[in-house]
Design a protein around this ligand. Sequence first.
Ligand code: SAH
Length: 250
Amino acid sequence: MNRILFETSEICDDIATSGGVRAEHVLNVLHGEVGQRLKTGVVDGPIGTSEIVEIQSGATREGGPVIRVRVCHEAASLEPWVDLVLAPPRPRVMKRLLPQLATLGVGRIFLVGAKKVEKDFWGATLLKPENYRPLLIDGLMQGGTSILPTLETRRNFRKFLNEELDAIFPGTRRIVAHPYAKESSVAVSRRETTPDPRLLLAIGPEGGWTDEEVALLEAKGFARYSLGRRILRTDTATIALLAKLNTEDL
Ligand code: SAH
């Protein structure tokens, strides 16, 4: 955890109170003491630093510690730089991937029903906000940012592309990850004259995109992009693509 994030509801008169994993991390990993300063922030809000004002051991129902910090959150977090159209892998893989998407700077995630997505994915309990939200917040705390990615599902891929995509992402650069691109020389510099500097990246299911799906994406302005002839798993491909396409200034 490189920044501790609090929910707005946990902050009252500039004092944030937290138990559980975050308090344990502050005490056991950061060796927190009263007076120590921490990097903190508000989920989907500003970031800054806080000072530990109180530590109570054994204060939660489970016998864990509770910390109180005085927050000073005046800076804006780094903004996301990329959005995803993702044909989801199995829930177990998705669960591992979600925190990493938040860490790597993804803003909006659209899970789409491409042909080879397993049908039972859509019944997964992971799709409930109470289950995926904590995973995304974990990823933000790792990366030190606070803008919470949004997650939406669109089972009808064709309808999503034809009827919604242009309104949601007007003028974004669009790239479809596909091992069978002729070449991977798409210039991905976001300093080009695109009206919106954010990228929109489409990643296929474990079984791959169908030819029809690739054609549809290309018709919508997605340029094929290959990482080479080795076929990567969806989660590996996603992380490799985000690392490679990230042109954020350091
Ligand atoms: N058997 C499938 C493999 C799909 S891999 C096929 O033949 O297409 C799952 C997804 O990860 C792909 O649809 C693509 O979006 C991405 N991916 C995997 N390896 C890749 C590579 N070498 N280059 C670009 N994208 C890749």
